[in-house]
Write a protein that binds this ligand. Structure first.
Ligand SMILES: NC(=O)c1ccc[n+]([C@@H]2O[C@H](COP(=O)([O-])OP(=O)(O)OC[C@H]3O[C@@H](n4cnc5c(N)ncnc54)[C@H](O)[C@@H]3O)[C@@H](O)[C@H]2O)c1
Length: 344
């Protein structure tokens, strides 16, 4: 099988490419990625020479590039996105462009080329806050940030292309993912890198927002199950079963690194910050998927990776701190509470 992976130079996409080439050695992958600040070919340096892998630097909003990249592929796994909630609050435009228009370009091309499976990577954030219990795939969408709204739009477009044109879409809605190689503006890598350098870990509001965490390798296993056994036209939540307050996550990171809990710094909450997400993933589990990596194991593996790859993240963190408008810069200087804080 030949797959088109969009956004494969990003955090999850690169995990997926490594996973897929190892699990399905006969398959071929084309990675279409325009290398935004969040994308890096270095994540895939080890497969660059592999005859089963091809990289195309290009934008999913460009129909001609998408047509060329999709040519001969049976399956599309669409990860490419603007993915950082805080950036969407500062400027929603790139989110609408990539997450909505780019998804539309891909779907139109999938229709033209007769793609056999189109996996739309959505997010738990499309449901909005879930204060009690857990939502299944039938729950209404109620996104509250521009990021979540743009992802909901892409998710609904994908469903509409299935219903209207029979494009063989499957929508996957993963919970918060963490693991090696995540860009250091996201909550877990930010906490690890700041704590490593003895800098405060900024936490929004009272830190009691609850999130479910899933290790990147477990999401790859879930996608393997969905691609091979998922039903066309269906939606699958990928939750994982654990949840905890952001404060608990940061405390665990400080404890693992042997750093003082005094590095925790509560800062003013961000607008529209959802209190809790919680999904029921019984539908996916019925296909045989179970998460294999506990949060404790996954966190140790992630911390070990950041310890061993300071050359990778230090320049990225440095660049973020040089941006006078970036909250990380202000947080690193122990700014007053009007600075925003750690995000998911
Ligand atoms: N990280 C999470 O916790 C999480 C949770 C649920 C869903 N998701 C979804 O999973 C997907 C991947 O997330 P991630 O954390 O790996 O994101 P990421 O920001 O690390 O990577 C995104 C990749 O997409 C590429 N890209 C962006 N715009 C593009 C464009 N116009 N054309 C081509 N490439 C473009 C970037 O260069 C980058 O390599 C996204 O769709 C995201 O919404 C992520």
């Amino acid at each position: 099988m030949k797959l088109l992976v969009t956004g494969g130079a990003g955090f999850i996409g690169s995990h997926f490419i490594h996973f897929w080439l190892s699990r399905h050695p006969q398959d071929q992958i084309v990675n279409l990625d325009c290398l935004t600040y969040a994308g890096s070919r270095s994540r895939l340096a080890d497969v660059e020479g592999d005859h089963r892998y091809a990289f195309i630097e290009g934008d999913i909003c460009e129909p001609q590039i998408v047509e060329q990249a999709m040519s001969g592929c049976e399956t599309v796994v669409h990860f490419a996105a603007e993915s950082h909630v805080d950036r969407s609050i500062t400027d929603a435009a790139p989110f609408i462009r990539t997450n909505v228009e780019g998804t539309s370009v891909l779907l139109q091309q999938a229709q033209r080329q007769g793609i056999q499976r189109f996996i739309q990577i959505s997010t738990d954030e499309v449901y909005g806050p879930v204060l009690d219990g857990a939502v299944d795939e039938q729950a209404p969408l109620s996104p509250r940030s521009p990021y979540a709204a743009s992802k909901a739009a892409g998710d609904l477009l994908a469903q509409a292309f299935h219903k209207t044109y029979r494009v063989p879409v499957i929508v996957v809605r993963p919970t918060n993912i963490y693991g090696p190689g995540q860009f250091p503006e996201k909550f877990i890598p930010l906490s690890i890198t700041n704590a490593t350098e003895g800098l405060p870990i900024p936490i929004y509001g009272d830190g009691r927002q609850r999130r479910a965490w899933l290790f990147a390798a477990d999401l790859c296993e879930a996608l393997d199950v969905v691609i091979r056994r998922g039903a066309i036209g269906e939606i699958y939540n990928v939750a994982g079963g654990m949840e905890q307050a952001n404060l608990e996550t940061a405390e665990a990171i400080l404890a693992s690194l042997g750093r003082s809990q005094a590095l925790l710094e509560l800062v003013t909450d961000r607008p529209g910050h959802d209190r809790r997400y919680a999904m029921d993933d019984a539908k996916l589990r019925a296909l045989g998927w179970r998460p294999q990596v506990s949060f404790e194991q996954g966190l140790q593996e992630t911390i070990a990776w950041y310890r061993a790859h300071t050359d990778w993240w230090r320049p990225l963190v440095q660049k973020l701190r040089e941006d006078p408008y970036h909250w990380l810069n202000r947080a690193a200087r122990s700014s007053p509470p009007q600075a925003s804080g750690a995000v998911l």
